[in-house]
Design a protein around this ligand. Structure first.
Ligand SMILES: [Fe+2]
Length: 83
């Protein structure tokens, strides 16, 4: 499998953080897509499923954020204290 990460010049730590950050972007994008569809559909059954799925993506995003904060001390600090 070639996903662009195997032969990276980055350290393993940087590659892992890059993959986590990219995954976080994708989770937020998924949340936006679900939200858009929730607001577009008039089908209450579909709206309920999409809302559930959107909230699962929020959980995924939280898990990735937790990982990033654990592995990146500066990011962790910036979440706790910023201007
Ligand atoms: Fe997800």
């Amino acid at each position: 499998m070639c996903n662009g990460y195997e032969n990276s010049y980055l350290s393993e730590e940087s590659r892992n953080l890059e993959m986590a950050r990219q995954s976080l972007i994708e989770e937020f994008q998924a949340i936006n897509w679900y939200q858009e569809r929730i607001e577009l559909t008039g089908d209450e059954e579909l709206k309920k499923i999409l809302s559930h799925n959107r909230d699962e993506e929020k959980e995924h995003a939280a898990m990735l954020m937790e990982y990033i904060m654990k592995k990146d001390a500066v990011q962790d600090e910036k979440f706790k204290h910023h201007d």
